[in-house]
Design a protein around this ligand. Structure first.
Ligand code: SPV
Ligand code: MG
Length: 431
């Protein structure tokens, strides 16, 4: 009997999947691959139910002969193992980023005469409703909040992109690229104080108040499902920070990063060019401990950001602070630098990792931007934040468009550089 293979990345079996199974049965023995949690998170979205349950669910579907684990989004290993005569899939993979997967399968099957069967993708009101229910499960605060912790276990390095609005949230949520025969996307979002302030035309000095920052979080959570890391600046007064922790948990934020500065905070990338005061170890530890004491949920993380390298206080000071902040309850350490050379960041990571194997390390490679994610991961970094690149790319584009309209006294000349209205509309989901 001939073998027909397909891979499911779903949490719910609906008529679209049944349709594929029924079609597959016409060709032979039906083998279904269930994508592992790691692979699903990397290429698609978070599974709403864990791998073992997805496996069980698919085994119980009538007409399925065999269920196996597929642990990579590309089919090389699975095809080598079972050599199916056919691979069957919804025809939605004929275009978009998932076309890279179809190309991969086609290349592998051609080597021994296997064939692809593209089945018309089922999209109706019922399927749409099931999809929406699943998204709801991913977007709700109690589900979203715990996902950063899970990602830290599943990903070699968690990649977060700066967002400050619904539209930038959608870019972090939906951008997928295929390159080097793989698919890639961002894992999480960073709500930067710099970019949230800049979007409002304000300086990054804790001037934009928490009510307004929370509003930004809501704009983002309304249209996305990925976990959020919030830039909490200094955390403010300890007496205020405890309320901030509760509000962030309620909003479904996974982590807040607070920096060990006090008084009028200015953006770290100014370094010692402006006056900035580092908080005492004792006082900052009290703030961390107070935040940990009031948090209600297990998964919420308070990450301590160390400014010693920014303020040129030396490596020893940074390491002493890291030890103290972890002891006070910090769930992670962010180490920052404004040097172009990543050497001091790597030195910190190596020394910290030598004595602490598990506390997550976060870095923001804005200045030391030549280093790759892979190299950072090799030095024990767990989260990399691309903290301001969206804002810095949008601003010159908008300014140039404004200038060109002024120069030409009409908008025709700028049109070629603009996103078609149709594309921007299709980025936005309607209910
Ligand atoms: C931010 O994005 O607001 C940050 C990171 O705090 S940095 O601007 O590098 O200080
Ligand atoms: Mg900031």
């Amino acid at each position: 009997m001939e073998k027909v293979y397909t891979c499911f990345t779903t949490d719910v079996i609906h008529e679209g999947h049944l349709n594929i199974i029924n079609k597959a049965r016409e060709y032979g023995e039906v083998i279904i691959g269930v994508l592992s949690d790691e692979a699903m998170v990397k290429f698609d979205r978070f599974p709403a139910i864990p791998f073992e349950e997805r496996m069980k669910m698919i085994k119980s579907v009538p007409g399925v002969d065999q269920v196996i684990k597929q642990d990579d989004i590309m089919y090389d290993r699975v095809i080598e193992k079972i050599r199916p005569d056919y691979v069957i899939h919804g025809d939605n993979w004929l275009s978009g980023a998932t076309k890279a997967i179809r190309d991969n399968v086609e290349g592998l099957l051609t080597e021994y005469g296997g064939k692809i069967i593209d089945v018309p993708y089922t999209y109706n009101e019922n399927v749409r409703r099931i999809d929406a229910k699943m998204r709801e499960k991913l977007a709700m605060p109690e589900f979203r909040r715990k996902r950063l912790n899970r990602l830290l276990q599943l990903r070699p390095i968690v990649k977060a992109l700066e967002v400050h609005s619904g539209i930038t949230g959608l870019i972090a949520e939906k951008t997928v690229v295929s390159h080097d025969g793989m698919l890639d996307q961002f894992d999480a979002m960073w709500i930067s104080s710099l970019c949230d302030s800049t979007a409002k035309g304000k300086p990054d000095i804790e001037l934009v108040d928490m009510t307004s920052r929370f509003r930004t979080i809501e704009d983002v959570t309304e249209v996305t499902t990925k976990p959020i890391i919030f830039d909490g600046d200094t955390g403010g007064l300890t007496e205020h920070f405890v309320y901030t922790v509760r509000s962030l948990e309620r909003l479904g934020v996974s982590a807040v990063i607070i920096e060990d500065k006090t008084g009028l905070k200015k953006n770290s990338l100014f370094g010692t060019e402006v006056e900035q005061t580092q908080d005492s170890i004792e006082h900052f530890c009290e703030k961390i401990a107070a935040g940990k004491k009031v948090q209600l949920t297990d998964d919420f993380m308070i990450i301590a950001r160390i400014e010693s390298l920014i303020l040129e206080r030396g490596m020893e000071d940074a390491l002493t602070r890291a030890r103290a902040f972890v002891k006070a309850g910090a769930d992670g350490i962010m180490i920052h630098s404004r040097k172009k050379d990543p050497a001091e960041i790597l030195e910190f990571c190596d020394k910290f990792r030598a004595e602490d194997k598990k506390t997550p390390i976060v870095v923001v490679p804005t200045s030391f931007n030549t280093i790759t994610e892979e190299e950072l991961a090799q030095h024990g970094v767990n989260i990399v934040i691309y903290a301001n690149q969206l804002t810095r790319s949008a601003f010159p584009a908008m300014e140039e468009t404004a200038k060109e309209i002024l120069r030409c006294h009409r908008a025709k000349e700028v049109d070629d550089k603009l996103m078609p209205i149709k594309d921007i509309i299709s980025l936005i989901d309607t209910l």
